[in-house]
Write a protein that binds this ligand. Structure first.
Ligand SMILES: NC(=O)c1ccc[n+]([C@@H]2O[C@H](COP(=O)([O-])OP(=O)(O)OC[C@H]3O[C@@H](n4cnc5c(N)ncnc54)[C@H](O)[C@@H]3O)[C@@H](O)[C@H]2O)c1
Ligand SMILES: O=c1ccn([C@@H]2O[C@H](COP(=O)(O)OP(=O)(O)O[C@H]3O[C@H](CO)[C@@H](O)[C@H](O)[C@H]3O)[C@@H](O)[C@H]2O)c(=O)[nH]1
Length: 341
């Protein structure tokens, strides 16, 4: 959908996995895009060299205000955050600082600069251990890890900031992002990698000795944890639709982005073996701290209000596109020499 914008859309965390795919999707609509990323976990090469890029922290007051003014920013998509469940359990202070405190500081600067529209990367982790599945947005939000709590606090703050200053916001609570750009140009590269699908693919490529299953005693049919995987290109489209909806005046709120179907760790491993045609060793080990049994999102609300639909989020398509990216870029955005250094 080609929207006519007078100003720019600022994407924080635009050099990261989901952010870079969203930047690509925004550019395809003809939007003016400016990226702010401190490159803590992102990659300069994931952002086109043709658009403005600032290696800046979201908590850098002066820089943020200058960028917003210079590029006439009218709306923000805010991805910049720490996002690892296990790390958040070990270092909760880092998560409340990086995700919660810095976001409030950042939003204060936006408001001071008269920017009042924000799409926020929330997470299915806000629900904790859901009482029903698939989870609807109205379900109780009771995170069981600091990561989920750090994001829920922002959603809660938004309602007060809206009341006081007229901030308009959409929080997208998504499940596990997977896959890569359909043209193979960008994909997932985290260091160290902790996410299930890229780790299993690395085992299929022989870059790891084995795929690991963290916990076989979950309350699920095969004993391994279940997640709702959504293609990163579908997620990017959800952000494009959300920012357009805010610009057209849609009311603030939280939306799940998912498929309504969950897959267990064992199912992921079996599908990787099937799609890649490679057999590889699998080891079973203990649970990772902070992981719930099952997270599967009901996405009826985003379909109804924003017209979003998952186009590429069936498991074989997601794994095939991630496999393609990994084969083309075995060391992600780095060269082999850099990776082995
Ligand atoms: N990957 C998932 O499955 C998933 C699921 C639900 C929600 N999310 C959320 O989506 C967002 C993006 O996740 P991702 O997987 O793309 O992560 P990512 O680590 O690839 O991207 C995050 C980006 O933010 C940047 N960043 C971090 N802190 C910053 C700061 N203080 N200032 C400026 N830049 C900063 C990083 O350098 C990185 O480029 C996060 O907010 C995450 O919590 C991710
Ligand atoms: O080698 C591995 C890696 C992971 N897992 C398990 O696989 C599942 C998925 O793990 P992972 O890919 O690390 O994603 P999550 O921890 O579910 O978190 C992702 O999905 C959340 C939403 O559900 C987001 O909020 C987070 O930012 C994002 O990292 C979890 O049960 C893990 O315990 C394994 O069994 N073996």
């Amino acid at each position: 959908m080609a929207e006519q914008h007078t100003g720019s859309i600022l994407v924080t965390g635009g050099a990261g996995y989901i952010g870079s795919h969203t930047v690509q999707a925004l550019l395809n609509t003809g939007a003016e895009v400016v990226v702010v990323d401190n490159l803590a976990t992102g990659h300069r090469a994931a952002v086109p060299s043709t658009i403005p890029f600032y290696q800046v922290d979201i908590a850098d007051d002066r820089a943020i205000r200058q960028i917003v003014a210079e590029h006439k920013v009218e709306a923000v998509i805010h991805f910049a955050a720490r996002s690892l469940v296990g790390e958040s359990v070990a270092q909760p202070d880092v998560y409340f600082l990086e995700n919660t405190a810095k976001t409030i500081q950042f939003v204060s600067n936006l408001l001071a600069s008269h920017v009042k529209q924000i799409v926020f990367s929330s997470t299915a982790a806000v629900y904790g251990i859901p009482q029903t599945s698939p989870i609807a947005e109205v379900a109780e939000q009771k995170p069981i890890n600091p990561y989920g709590a750090s994001k829920l606090m922002i959603e809660q703050a938004f309602t007060w900031l809206e009341q006081a200053y007229g901030l308009r916001w959409i929080a997208l609570r998504y499940s596990n992002a997977a896959g890569a750009a359909l043209d193979g140009s960008i994909g997932e590269h985290h260091e160290p990698e902790t996410h299930l699908i890229p780790l299993v693919l690395q085992a299929a490529m022989g870059l790891r000795e084995a795929a690991q299953i963290f916990g076989t005693d979950y309350n699920t049919p095969d004993g391994t944890s279940i997640r709702d995987y959504v293609h990163v290109v579908d997620l990017a489209e959800a952000h494009v639709l959300a920012v357009a909806a805010l610009q057209k005046g849609l009311a603030s709120g939280a939306y799940n982005v998912g498929t309504g179907t969950g897959y267990s760790v064992r199912q992921i491993i079996e599908t990787v073996k099937c799609v890649t045609g490679v057999d590889f060793p699998v080891t079973e080990t203990v649970r990772r701290a902070g992981d719930p049994d099952e997270l599967v999102a009901q996405a009826d609300k985003i379909k109804a209000d924003l017209g979003w639909e998952a186009k590429y989020s069936d498991l074989p398509t997601m794994i095939a596109s991630a496999w393609d990216w990994h084969l083309r870029h075995p060391y992600g955005y780095r060269s082999k020499a850099e990776a082995l250094r």
